[in-house]
Write a new protein. Structure first.
Length: 563
RNA sequence: GGCCCCAUCGUCUAGCCUGGUCUAGGACACCUCCCUUUCACGGAGGUAACACGGGUUCGAAUCCCGUUGGGGUCACCA
């Protein structure tokens, strides 16, 4: 490498997204990743993904993979990090903190050696008692190092040799600490605010504060962009950097994304919705046994207990409630487009100005800067997101819509896909695109197409009454007459041919009011009042199904009317 | 509660740094009307905000102070 290249490399912007793999990537995390990616890429820099799995109790490999998958789906590619789908690799690995313990241990030694850190043997119970005592006295709890540092080296070694559980604490220097932040400006924490925090846990793993500082330094991170909840932690990171002789990265703390009611977005929100519905309706046992009885009881009693995704989904379906989308994967399942999610997420906390709202990630990378990041938390407005998604879905090329819908169907509605031929699906997609807000709409509002003719039920009493029973002639009369008209339609059975025949019938029998015959027909073939345009609907169903459903409808409604 | 941060329509935000062009702009939502075979889309209008109180100034959404309100954080979680 030439000297000038080395010089420019040293100045290259490096950002990182460092999630802890407990649970799923939620939208707040996704936005952090997006901004980090955009900031680096807009400046010819590098974006690193690092997995902060230092909590052995909470981390899981499955969650790590889930994060990678979600990020990749969003189109947020990382230049360095775990290898997945063509992303990752790099010279600064490993990128899982659980694999970097020797590095941390080396740095712990340095800190102990230089007197910046010390071993402490307090038990969790003792610490708890000290916190309780401080609270009882109405004073802020700060760790008191007196006892720990009074131990001689020999005493410490003896305790360690005896296997006494020990943590390492950082000896925080006295004095106020001023944090400089590119988004929030400057803030000074008074002396004494930061106490001697733990940097190595009893299990030998580093705490977040320690690992994040070491890794950011070793990986050459120049800009730390993270959520505002980390703002106060920055003071800890700064004193650690000073003690370890690391350069200080530039900080930018981004506003949180919160629920519409202002509460923090949480994985528990789904359980919250379900619990509320269950309690409001006084449901005592899990409907359809969707949750094991013993778990059900514990779940109802303890708001900290969470249902699995499968259980929650089943229960939501049984209660007919919609679960709030929290995680990136939730939005994917719900049929949102990744580019729309990115666009919308970017608008929560940042805007390009000039009344521009619709843009892609390339534009974001080009225009994103810290100056335009707002300081206030954003309430996540799903309705506006839905509107954006609608615009994108209805506005995309039809071929793309068909392809995306197919993929979505195969991933989430295999049974539906199995019932329809390719030609039927193409026709359905063509009819659905203009009226779809998400990729899910096609499947959600056309279930009747994927049912066997014999499975259609006319159980919507209101619809049956209004569109089949009432009127003179009644809707059912029209349907009966239409049965003959349709039977007489010459092949091919196309939307256009059906339109000619049905419109002609409406002219002669309903004063040209298509609605008088379309709605009864719709109810007859679908069992409900909602479907794609009636001609398309019948064309997709085909002649045999259409006639069969009409016959069954006439028989069923006549029978129930006379009984 | 201590400490830190923040404050423009219901929501996301533009404007604030470099006071006047702001009778505060856009988007989503909402309301009205139109279109219409259901659903949805679309079209035309409309309602709607500078939290409050003091300053500074000829002039403040923009600068300063206070109040109130909101958020964050106080773990061997990250």
């Amino acid at each position: 490498m030439t000297e000038s290249a080395a010089g420019s490399a040293a100045r290259q912007v490096v950002t990182r997204f460092a999630p802890s793999p407990s649970g799923h990537l939620h939208v707040g995390g996704a936005r952090s990743a997006l901004f980090c990616w955009a900031f680096a890429h807009g400046r010819g820099g590098r974006f690193i993904l690092r997995i902060e799995d230092t909590d052995q109790k909470r981390s899981s490999d499955a969650a790590s993979v889930g994060f990678l998958k979600d990020l990749a789906w969003l189109g947020i590619a990382w230049d360095e990090g775990p290898e997945y789908g063509g992303c990752g690799g790099g010279p600064n690995g490993p990128y899982f903190q659980s694999q970097r313990l020797d590095i941390y241990n080396r740095e712990f030694e340095r800190l102990i050696g230089s007197g910046h850190a010390y071993c402490a043997f307090d038990t969790p119970a003792e610490l708890e008692a000290m916190r309780a005592d401080a609270k009882a006295r109405g004073v802020a709890y700060r760790y008191d190092r007196t006892r720990a540092v009074s131990l001689s080296k020999r005493e410490v070694d003896a305790l360690l040799a005896a296997g006494t559980p020990a943590v390492i604490r950082f000896r925080t220097p006295e004095g106020p600490i001023t944090i400089r932040d590119e988004i929030l400006g400057e803030a000074t924490l008074p002396a004494g605010e930061v106490d001697d925090f733990v940097i190595r846990k009893a299990d030998g793993f580093p705490t977040y504060h320690f690992a994040v500082v070491v890794d950011d330094a070793l990986m050459g991170v120049t800009h730390v962009l993270r959520a505002q909840e980390h703002f106060n932690n920055t003071a800890k990171h700064m004193v650690l950097q000073d003690a370890l002789g690391y350069p200080r990265p530039i900080y930018g703390h981004m506003p949180l994304i919160v629920n519409p009611d202002g509460s923090k977005m949480s994985k528990r929100d789904k359980d919250k919705v379900l619990r509320k519905a269950v309690k409001e309706r006084g449901i005592a046992t899990p409907p359809g046994g969707c949750v094991p009885a013993e778990r059900w009881t514990r779940w109802l009693a303890d708001s900290a207990v969470q249902l699995d995704l499968e259980e929650a989904t089943a229960l939501a379906a049984a209660l007919d409630v919609t679960l709030p989308e929290i995680n990136v994967d939730d939005f994917r399942r719900s049929g949102y487009l990744p580019e729309v999610l990115c666009n919308f997420l970017a608008l929560n906390g940042w805007s390009p100005g000039q009344n521009i709202e619709k843009f892609d990630n390339a534009f974001l990378a080009e225009r994103f800067d810290l100056k335009r990041v707002v300081k206030t938390p954003a309430k996540f407005d799903r309705v506006k997101l839905l509107s954006f998604n609608c615009d994108a879905v209805t506005g995309m090329a039809p071929e793309r819509y068909v392809a995306l819908s197919r993929a979505h169907g195969h991933a989430y509605h295999p049974a539906f896909m199995a019932r329809l031929s390719d030609a039927q699906f193409d026709a359905l997609a063509a009819a659905s695109q203009p009226r779809s807000k998400t990729l899910e709409d096609l499947f959600r509002s056309n279930r009747f197409l994927a049912l066997d003719d014999s499975e259609i039920r006319w159980s919507d009493a209101k619809a049956v009454k209004k569109h089949l029973i009432e009127g003179n002639p009644s809707g059912l009369d029209h349907v009966r007459a239409l049965r003959g008209v349709l039977d007489g339609v010459a092949a091919p059975w196309t939307s256009a041919a059906l339109e000619v025949a049905i419109t002609a019938y409406a002219q002669s029998a309903a004063e040209g009011q298509l609605g008088k015959v379309a709605q009864p027909l719709r109810v007859a073939v679908s069992g409900g009042t909602v479907s794609p345009p009636i001609f398309d609907t019948l064309a997709i169903l085909g002649r045999d199904s259409t006639l069969a459903r009409i016959d069954r409808c006439v028989a069923a409604v006549t029978a129930s009317a006379t009984s």
